[in-house]
Design a protein around this ligand. Structure first.
Ligand SMILES: [Zn+2]
Length: 277
């Protein structure tokens, strides 16, 4: 069993961070009480998101009729942080079939989604991006930032090989970024397969991202949740994929990797442990 998550030998006591004064027991207690969502919490958060999904499924006009709504960020991957978890909802549209068709109409689709969400009393629209309508969803004593994206369910109509071929073709050089939402089920499957210890380290990273920065960072962009998940997983693999490791060292190591983001480079050449969806 490898107890280190640092490629080079390194003592936690060698760094000057206050993290060096934290014992494993203290860190575990902190994670259990402050970060890991409990069952009751999970149920109430999912209930709020489910109500929003129900509204979209039953009130959107025919041309925006969802064939499926995929939730990301709450319970789906086991990496949601208590009281601080944001969620993405990917609305797969039943009447659109190709990414290129969707990309041409996305601006007007998002405008229409916004119009309909204005009529839903239980969320506040906080903005729009090129890909999503952003809402704030009140839930007990906290609220969730939810991005509502729309996409096409190409994973049901095309093989993964055909999708990758289409993305690689010259004709999709302007639409490649629109595939991200369409491939979200693969993201979820990938992150769900991570070990419990890696997921705990991801929780810690997400907690840091949520608590150490202002909600709005202006033009500076913080890494997305999925990017943090990939960075943690990539660094864990680089350290030899240990079954168990010292979370303090892991946390320090991943923070260091993020701080040195200009040299960060991780890629996978194999389709990532994907079984059939
Ligand atoms: Zn909640």
């Amino acid at each position: 069993m490898n107890s280190s998550l640092h490629a080079a030998p390194m003592s936690i006591s060698a760094c000057t961070s206050p993290l060096s004064a934290v014992t494993m027991r203290q860190l575990n207690t902190f994670i259990e009480t402050e970060i890991e969502p409990d069952t009751e919490y999970n149920q109430s958060c999912n209930f709020a998101v489910d109500r929003l999904c129900y509204f979209m499924q039953n009130n959107f006009p025919y041309q925006l009729r969802p064939s499926k709504i995929q939730k990301i960020g709450l319970l789906e991957k086991g990496t949601a942080v208590k009281g601080k978890s944001d969620a993405d909802l990917v609305v797969f549209l039943a009447t659109f079939h190709t990414v290129s068709e969707l990309s041409q109409k996305l601006a007007s689709i998002l405008d229409t989604i916004k119009l309909y969400l204005f009529t839903y009393d239980e969320c506040d629209i906080t903005g729009t991006t090129s890909y999503a309508v952003k809402v704030s969803l009140p839930c007990d004593d906290h609220s969730h930032n939810v991005d509502i994206l729309s996409s096409v369910n190409i994973l049901e109509t095309m093989s993964k090989e055909d999708i990758y071929e289409e993305m690689a073709s010259g004709s999709s050089s302007y639409t490649r970024e629109y595939y991200s939402a369409a491939l979200v089920p693969l993201q979820i499957q990938f992150v769900s397969s991570f070990t419990a210890k890696v997921k705990t380290l991801i929780l810690l990273m997400k907690y840091w991202r949520k608590t150490d920065f202002e909600e709005s960072t202006g033009t500076l962009r913080l890494p997305s949740s999925y990017l943090l998940e990939l960075i943690v997983y990539g660094e864990w693999e680089r350290a030899g994929s240990p079954n168990d490791f010292d979370l303090r060292k892991g946390f320090y190591h991943v923070l260091t990797a993020v701080a040195n983001y200009k040299t960060l480079s991780t890629y996978w050449t194999q389709p990532i442990h994907l079984t059939t969806l």
